[in-house]
Design a protein around this ligand. Structure first.
Ligand code: NOJ
Length: 567
């Protein structure tokens, strides 16, 4: 067994692009709106690609833009081969890919194999075909318990709140079977025990690969295969979060939560991998909410995913010891299976980190819950300061980093959104108890004062209204302005590339650390994080980039700031 140090230094030497890329997540409905209807679209995105090239990213991951009734913002797909007309056409996507390629940007699309929309033809046919039919075997249709089948088949709960089962009315008008939906009732789970499902997905994967996409982000990658017989869960709470599982052995966890991390899921992944490997240079990233890291690393063994999101890193406590542990564990545990780590601070499912880091740990809502109007108001100035520092610390690490649209503007969570605008199914399914994820999904401000949505389009229409404070974060107000968050991101990405930090030789730099700081060296670049409360003396060397541009006191690094120094 190699030592920890060998993992840290031998890590990430490969030329495979996904190991080192900075991948920018576009949430299509909120990035840029070409036709002015208030919902972002592909033409809008294409028209703004130059700004991403100038930011310095390597690839884009698109949240789903496929045909969908949009009950879960596109994660409910009714046709995997068609772009939803609200976003444009398949031809618009061809234009987008061509432009991205010409700018040297790779494209990753989102595949949702755990469930379809209830409007998908497979589900509609299954409903009509009746009990026991081959068509129903595409999904998990079961008879209910109780004298008249009036109780759900087991005790599973939806991630969005409420039961994970809904009962259908059969063609003859009688109450009939139940179907499983781990998410909204409009998102029936597919039955991956049925070999036809794998056949269908082989072809869907090939369809977009042939169009030239560079890879897939795979939704709910830990949940596709359920435990045989669908037994009751023994660990669950109202929201069925996976967190408590991390304290159990793997065997206990598989039994306790019979729909996450089942062994059969790995066969499904290997099948995906075979299709991906039919094409040159493509990659897959797992959205596998598994914890702790040794368990998650099983998803990135050599014949499975190329990489996986690192949610333990994203949710790490903001303090040096916790961060040091999760980074070391990530490098070591992924390294043991030959994978490189990914890093992420924000996405479309969580509170934007510019706001999250301004919330006291004890008040931080659980992932997916959002900030409730009755929660304490976040300290946004502190949050932004910490977010800039945390991002600068992340982007110096070896491996691949994911950015979420708008974070390069320092955009805060739109936690002020009134209930009447909220569209996340979590909000309705919990009757507003859990406020949901809309606050991180509000359209981006591009040009201050251009329409009510600051240049998201020219009409001012916006599917979710921007809060008043978004104006000052508009991209045009930050472009070329020294010290702005946008210019900070550009600088970080430029230096990251120049010093090849994505593939760097990493070591903790204990000689620069005390109890309030954390430091590492990657390819001769020292990255130092001061968690405060006092300023620390800047080590000698050339300052490549610092998060404290407008606060600079000669020779000092203030609290909640990061500096990159060339040694
Ligand atoms: C994870 C996605 O990121 C989230 O947005 C979605 O609601 C669920 N999977 C269900 O598809």
């Amino acid at each position: 067994m190699p030592s920890t140090n060998e993992f840290l230094t031998a890590f990430n030497k490969d030329a495979e692009w996904w190991r080192t890329s900075v991948i920018y997540q576009i949430y299509p409905r909120s990035f840029a709106d070409g036709d002015g209807d208030g919902l972002g679209d592909l033409q809008g995105i294409t028209s703004r690609l130059d700004s991403l090239a100038s930011l310095g990213i390597d690839a884009i991951w698109f949240s789903p833009f496929f045909k969908s009734p949009q009950k879960d913002a596109g994660y409910d797909i009714s046709d995997y081969r068609q772009i939803d007309p609200i976003f444009g056409t398949n031809e618009d996507f061809d234009v987008l890919i061509a432009k991205a390629k010409s700018l040297g940007i790779r494209i990753i699309v989102d595949i949702v194999p755990n469930h379809t929309s209830d409007q998908h033809e497979w589900f509609q046919v299954a409903l009509a075909a009746g009990k026991g039919s081959a068509e129903r075997d595409y999904y998990h249709f079961k008879d209910g318990k109780g004298e008249n089948g009036e109780l759900p088949p087991n005790n599973w709960q939806s991630i969005f709140g409420g039961p994970a089962w809904s009962r259908i009315t059969e063609a003859d008008g009688t109450l009939g079977q139940w179907y499983l939906h781990l998410f909204d009732s409009s998102q029936p789970d597919l039955n991956w025990e049925n070999p036809k499902i794998a056949d269908e997905f082989d072809e869907i994967l090939r369809f977009w690969l042939k169009k030239g996409v560079d890879g897939y982000r795979v939704d709910v990658a830990h949940g596709m295969v359920k435990r045989a017989g669908l037994p009751d869960a023994t660990i669950y709470d109202e929201n069925l979060r996976e967190k408590p599982i991390s304290n159990l052995t793997m065997a206990e966890a598989e039994l306790a939560v019979p729909y996450w991390g089942q062994p059969g899921v790995h066969d499904a992944i290997r099948r995906f991998r075979k299709v991906i490997d039919e094409f040159d240079d493509r990659a897959m990233c797992a959205e596998a909410s598994m914890s702790p890291l040794p368990r998650l690393a099983m998803w990135v063994r050599p014949d499975e995913y190329h990489q996986s999101f690192n949610f333990d890193y994203m949710h790490s406590a903001y303090e040096p010891a916790a961060l040091k542990k999760i980074i070391t564990d990530s490098i070591v545990e992924y390294g043991k299976v030959g994978a490189s780590s990914t890093w992420v601070m924000s996405n479309h499912d969580g509170i934007r980190h510019a706001t999250r880091l301004g919330i006291a740990p004890e008040n931080t809502p659980r992932p997916g819950d959002g900030i409730h109007p009755t929660d304490p108001v976040p300290d946004e100035a502190l949050g932004l300061r910490r977010a800039r520092a945390a991002t600068a610390f992340m982007l110096g690490l070896p491996g691949s980093s994911y950015l979420y649209q708008g974070e390069e503007l320092g955009l805060p969570e739109a936690w002020q959104l009134e209930g009447k605008y909220r569209q996340d199914p979590t909000y309705a399914r919990t009757k507003g108890k859990r406020i949901g994820r809309d606050g991180c999904r509000v359209p981006l401000p591009w040009e201050a004062g251009v329409g009510a949505a600051n240049g998201f389009n020219t009409t001012g229409n916006s599917w979710l209204p921007q809060p008043d404070n978004y104006r000052v974060f508009s991209r045009n107000l930050q472009e070329g302005v020294a010290g702005s968050t946008l210019e900070l991101y550009k600088r970080l990405l430029k230096e990251r590339k120049a010093f090849q930090l994505g593939a760097g030789a990493f070591r903790w730099a204990d000689e620069y650390q005390d109890k309030n700081t954390l430091a590492y060296v990657n390819n001769d670049v020292l990255v130092l994080f001061n968690f405060g409360p006092d300023a620390v003396v800047l080590p000698a060397g050339e300052v490549l980039v610092t998060t404290q541009h407008d606060l600079l006191v000669e020779g000092e690094l203030e609290h909640d700031q990061v500096v990159w120094i060339k040694l």
